[in-house]
Each structure stands twice: as structure tokens, then as C-alpha cells.
Design a binder for this molecule. Structure first.
Ligand code: SF4
Ligand code: SF4
Length: 195
């Protein structure tokens, strides 16, 4: 009986000592370490987590987080949408009646993008879209803590054209096509008359 009582006291003391150890450690804050530090994943004394959002863990530069598109550098080639394994990139294009301009890397722009949506709720962060982009205008940013109140808010819209502008560009293209067809028909008619 004395032995059992002694074992009970010893076990209780062990549990209490462990609790006191963690209680003391909790007075220390966990340190935010740089991503290049050798012991980045090392166990630290202190409370279980950093004081998010006041403190944030550093992330690697090559990490895959929220996508961004520099739309002025996009040539609307659709390669990113074609390679996306989950079809979360939705692009519409309108052919321009003339060269629109150039991207920052000198690529010629001939297409407008009335729609350029990326649904980050579907994205699996594979990064394939960023690797095929010829102008490197679709990029993965270091922003990882995106939170929204409605899932539709994760469908990012990058196109800068208004509906009215898109309608105007479609009309201009239709007019150009009609003019070309009329010119072609007139040339054929003249050839027939000259025979
Ligand atoms: S990262 Fe992958 S899944 Fe996400 S949009 Fe790009 S290709 Fe699609
Ligand atoms: S691959 Fe690049 S240039 Fe082509 S549509 Fe996508 S973002 Fe634009």
C-alpha cells in the first residue's frame, strides 16, 4: 500500500513537472526565422505558434501562392488556359483591326482580352500556366494568406476592358471583315468584266 501511494505521488509529480515546464516555456514567444536558416524546421521553445497576423512566417521566393497577371504584357495567346489541368483560367479574345502595341519584352499585341478570369478556388497551384507564358506576365506571388467571405471572390478578374469597349472592338472587327469581303467581291467582279 505504501509502495502504491509512493508510485501515485511520483506519477502526479511527473505530470505536474511537465505542465510547469510547458507553462514556463509559454512565456516565451516563438521566433520568426528566415527561410535560409539551417534550423528553419527546428523545434523551438515557446508558445505553439507565431502571433499571426502580427507576425508571419517567411516563405520561399519560389513558393506557389496567389496568381497575378500583368494584363498589359499579355498577348492573349491562351496557352495558360490550354495547359491548366483544372480549367480554371477563362479567357476571351477579340482580334484587333491593327497592331495594338507591344509588351514590355517587345512582343506584338494583336488581340484584346475582354475576359481574363482565374478561379483560385479551383487552382491546384501546379504553376504550369506560369511556365508556358511567352511573356512571363502570369506569375505566382508570395501572397498566401488570402481569405474571402464568399467563394466567388476567389474568381479573380484581370481584364481591364469594359463591356462597351469590347462591343466597340467587335463592331470594328465586323466592319473591317465586311469591307474586306466587299473589296474582294468587287475585285472578282472586275476580273469577270475584264475577261
Ligand atoms: S497554377 Fe496550375 S491549376 Fe492554377 S491556374 Fe495555373 S495551370 Fe491552372
Ligand atoms: S500564356 Fe501569358 S500571354 Fe498567353 S494568355 Fe496566358 S497570360 Fe497571356
Amino acid at each position: 500500500m505504501i509502495k502504491e501511494a509512493f508510485n501515485g505521488l511520483r506519477t502526479a509529480w511527473k505530470g505536474l513537472a511537465l505542465t510547469l515546464k510547458h507553462f514556463g516555456a509559454a512565456s516565451e514567444s516563438k521566433k520568426v526565422k528566415g527561410i535560409n536558416e539551417a534550423n528553419y524546421f527546428g523545434q523551438q521553445a515557446g508558445i505553439a505558434t507565431v502571433q499571426y497576423p502580427h507576425q508571419k512566417l517567411p516563405v520561399p521566393e519560389v513558393g506557389r501562392y496567389q496568381l497575378d497577371v500583368v494584363i498589359d504584357d499579355c498577348i492573349v495567346c491562351d496557352l495558360c488556359a490550354k495547359i491548366c489541368p483544372v480549367d480554371c483560367i477563362d479567357i476571351e479574345s477579340i482580334k484587333a483591326t491593327d497592331v495594338i502595341g507591344k509588351t514590355s519584352d517587345g512582343s506584338v499585341k494583336r488581340l484584346y482580352a475582354p475576359k481574363f478570369d482565374i478561379d483560385m478556388a479551383k487552382c491546384m497551384y501546379c504553376g504550369l500556366c506560369t511556365t508556358v507564358c511567352p511573356t512571363e506576365c502570369i506569375i505566382m506571388t508570395a501572397e498566401y494568406d488570402k481569405s474571402v467571405t464568399h467563394i466567388s471572390d476567389l474568381n479573380y478578374k484581370f481584364a481591364s476592358m469594359t463591356d462597351a469597349e469590347a462591343a466597340q472592338k467587335r463592331l470594328e472587327l465586323e466592319q473591317q471583315l465586311a469591307e474586306r469581303q466587299a473589296a474582294k467581291a468587287a475585285a472578282l467582279k472586275k476580273m469577270e468584266e475584264d475577261k
